[in-house]
Design a protein around this ligand. Structure first.
Ligand SMILES: Nc1ncnc2c1ncn2[C@@H]1O[C@H](COP(=O)(O)OP(=O)(O)OP(=O)(O)O)[C@@H](O)[C@H]1O
Ligand SMILES: [Mg+2]
Length: 242
């Protein structure tokens, strides 16, 4: 039987006057791979902040594995949008990854943490980066290190907010290839249309309201052509209206 990983019911949210999210209802199933797309300001990062319990719904309900977001935090691995490192702080990649293991009741590392670090470094092929300063890594390398930080907790649900922004096409491909192999529930926000052709189960188009598209990747593939993002949005809008 399919278990729900994320249940969102009649969700409304506003920071101030205007609603950023309106009447959003969705179920994401355990082990599903969801891409969230939509225009700038459409509410994608806000939706993720709600799932993480960083902000509270104005109205509506959110459950992660049957728990309110704050009680499910330990089940979630998260890579935020635009992580800025203070270049003055000489953190090594290994220290950044290990930070993922820290929590409200955990302040120091033990043997398990170091074992998990070695595992995830091997999985993401970043062994050779571990002793480099995070500030000195290339954009693509840094994103893999941040992905490792999200994965070191062995999350049931992985949430990535634009993991390939400002990363070249080869590094993008590499990150999406890694994502494909990860066995867990995955939610990835992206402006890269590549992701839609790479094994996602469903596409969520978010622009204040949510439109769910089943099987978009295959249909686009059959179209044969290259889709730029604006063309894709137009196509999705047409399907919603029609
Ligand atoms: N802390 C905040 N306070 C007030 N308004 C905010 C705040 N954060 C975001 N907003 C507004 O909420 C709307 C949705 O923003 P959000 O960051 O969720 O969009 P997004 O879909 O992630 O966009 P992008 O593709 O540019 O990352 C925008 O109009 C934004 O200006
Ligand atoms: Mg965003």
């Amino acid at each position: 039987m399919r278990l729900p990983a994320v249940e969102v019911r009649r969700l409304y949210f506003r920071y101030d006057k205007e609603y950023v999210l309106e009447d959003v209802t969705a179920t994401i199933w355990d082990q599903e791979y969801i891409a969230i797309i939509g225009p700038n300001g459409g509410g994608k990062s806000t939706f993720i902040r709600l799932l993480l319990g960083l902000v509270q719904p104005t109205k509506g309900e959110i459950l992660l594995y049957n728990k309110p977001p704050l009680q499910a935090r330990h089940l979630v691995g998260y890579l935020p949008q635009n992580v800025n490192f203070n270049l003055e702080i000489p953190l090594l990649a290994r220290e950044v990854i290990l930070q993922g293991r820290l929590g409200p009741k955990k302040f120091r590392f033990d043997a398990t943490d170091y074992k998990l670090l070695a595992q995830v470094a091997k999985e993401l092929e970043i062994d050779t980066l571990l002793d480099k300063k995070i500030a000195n890594l290339s954009g693509g390398e840094r994103q893999r290190v941040l992905l490792a930080r999200a994965l070191i907790t062995k999350p049931k649900l992985l949430i990535l907010d634009e993991p390939t922004a400002a990363v070249d096409i080869n590094a993008q491909k590499r990150i999406y290839a890694i994502l494909k192999t990860l066995k867990m529930t995955k939610i990835v926000i992206s402006h890269d249309i590549n992701i839609l052709l790479e094994g996602v189960d469903r596409v969520f188009y978010l622009n204040r309201r949510l439109f769910i598209h089943e099987n978009i990747p295959l249909k686009l593939k059959n179209n044969g052509g290259h889709f730029c993002e604006m063309e894709l949005f137009e196509e999705l809008k047409r399907r919603c209206d029609g």
